[in-house]
Design a protein around this ligand. Structure first.
Ligand SMILES: *Cc1c(COP(=O)(O)O)cnc(C)c1O
Length: 353
């Protein structure tokens, strides 16, 4: 790839204090364009700035858009790491295929991220739990209102310094089990990381919020019976010493964190079941005290312990609303690997520089 670099006239002040999540952005962004017959071209790292978009650009009407999310970490020795970026590249590939969008080859995807992160390495925050969130995304940029696959696309990467997702530390969250609205069905786009899925799931999120819950737990779209995932996280349960999570069958997003956590618990000798788990079975296990721990997994928060489930007017408390032992160990181990403090047995860490 031949990346053109355009120098910014002025650089921003680096943020002080609490960073929050996805509120501040760095000085530069990576951009490239795709055109039918020409492929990817004009790869560039340019000053971060608002862009001009035609009101009839297809993405604004038919939501042909996909994205990814990963982080860059600063190790204590000064090295900069990514965590399994090849997994994000492969998932992006699958998302783009399903959405009839052009492929970004894995090497190109990872190289673009590395080059941008190198330019912006001074933006990688070094406070406890802080990292540089990386958001690659692509959208249909053709100007036309006919419903069709677009003939030109733009791929962009922006970077955002982020704090620990929960500033008070890892604490249990309350989960609302949505029994009416659904997020995905087999054959649909549940496995795709696309804006459209999120637009469709906001109503559930708002219902949860109104009732004082942090996140929605989605049930399957056909029976509203089987546990799928939580908002922007996969979800796992420790029931009778077995780790149970939904299978990857086209409705649930194949999280990189999910995959890593399942590997860790297998390494530690836990039995793992990727299977359909009925909400009734889950609530029953909770009431009988067999639901030992529950947690969500995703790049942003890493691990979110779940302290309460609310389904059809019934509440179940998990582990007395305390972070479970396994949940805490998973958080400590995974973040340890990501920041370079724990041995990386599976070669998940990628050194940027
Ligand atoms: C991104 C995402 C996840 C988590 O995936 P990670 O790769 O672990 O960050 C889970 N569910 C949905 C719907 C997502 O968009």
């Amino acid at each position: 790839m031949n990346i053109r670099f355009e120098q910014a006239e002025t650089l921003k002040e680096k943020p002080q204090g609490a960073l929050g999540f996805g509120k501040k952005f760095t000085d530069y962004m990576f951009v490239m364009d795709w055109k039918e017959g020409k492929g990817w071209h004009d790869e560039r790292i340019v000053p971060y700035a608002p862009m001009i978009i035609d009101p009839a650009a297809m993405v604004l009407h038919y939501a042909q858009e996909t994205f990814e999310g990963l982080k860059a970490y600063r190790g204590k020795n000064g090295e900069v790491y990514l965590f399994r970026p090849d997994m994000n590249a492969k998932r992006f590939e699958k998302s783009n295929e399903r959405m009839c969008m052009p492929s970004v080859p894995e090497e190109m995807f990872v190289e673009a991220i590395k080059e941008l992160v190198k330019v912006e390495e001074a933006w990688i925050p070094t406070g406890e739990g802080e990292s540089l969130y990386i958001r690659p995304f692509m959208y249909a940029n053709e100007v036309a209102l006919g419903v069709d696959q677009a003939d030109n696309y733009r791929f962009i990467i922006v970077l955002s310094p982020v704090g620990a997702y929960y500033p008070e530390g890892v604490n249990p969250i309350k989960i609302y089990v949505e029994d009416e609205l659904t997020r995905a069905t087999v054959g649909g786009t549940g496995f795709v990381k696309c804006g459209g899925n999120y637009a469709g799931s906001l109503a559930g999120q708002m219902k949860a919020k109104k009732l004082g819950y942090t996140q929605v737990l989605w049930l399957d779209g056909v029976h509203r019976k089987y546990v799928e995932e939580v908002g922007s996280m996969n979800v796992m349960f420790l029931i009778d010493d077995v780790v149970v999570t939904a299978p990857i069958e086209g409705t649930v997003l194949a999280g990189v964190t999910r995959d890593s956590i399942l590997q860790l618990v297998k390494d530690w000798g836990y039995k793992v079941e990727e299977r359909h788990l009925e909400i009734y079975e889950l609530m029953k296990a909770g009431k009988e005290g067999r639901l030992q721990e529950a947690w969500g997994t995703g790049t942003a928060a890493v691990i979110s312990p779940i302290g309460e489930l609310f389904y059809k007017g019934e509440k179940v408390e998990v582990n007395e609303f305390k972070t479970g032992e396994l949940t805490q160990k998973l958080y400590d181990t995974l973040t340890g690997i990501q920041w370079g403090d724990v041995e990386d047995e599976h070669n998940w860490r990628v050194v940027v520089k």
